[in-house]
Every structure is written in C-alpha cells, then in structure tokens.
Design a protein. Structure first.
Length: 75
C-alpha cells in the first residue's frame, strides 16, 4: 500500500497536482478507455436497441392514426 501512495505522490509532484486529483484523473481515464478504443459498435448497438424498444409504441400510434383517418374518409 505504501508503494502505491508513493507512486501517486510522485506523479502528483511531477504534474504539480494534488494526489487526490491524480487519482481522479486515473479513475476517469480507466472509465473512459473503453470508449476511446471502441469502434463505435457499442454506441450503434445501444442506438439500435433504443429504436427497437420504441417501435411497438410507434406502430400503435400509426395504427390509431390510420384508423382515425379511415373513419373520416368513410363519412
């Protein structure tokens, strides 16, 4: 544990930042590295899942509109 604290202190001194700030930067970097190296497939998959999730509601809306307009034309 002491070694990690020493390394963090050295990095903080080298970048003229507080050791807690260095830890925060590291955590943010580790959390975001997956997005940096992804080819966009994850975002595309999430967008597609979102669209598929919304499709039944859209189908229902269009069906109601179609039926409403069909009744109006029959008059």
């Amino acid at each position: 544990m002491r070694y990690a604290a020493t390394g963090r202190s050295r990095r903080a001194a080298r970048h003229k930042a507080h050791p807690n700030q260095v830890s925060t930067w590291k955590r943010q970097a580790m959390d975001g590295l997956g997005d940096v190296f992804s080819n966009g497939a994850d975002h595309a998959r999430r967008d597609r899942e979102s669209e598929v999730h919304d499709l039944p509601a859209k189908i229902g809306q269009l069906t109601v509109e179609r039926d409403f307009l069909a009744k109006g034309l029959k008059r």
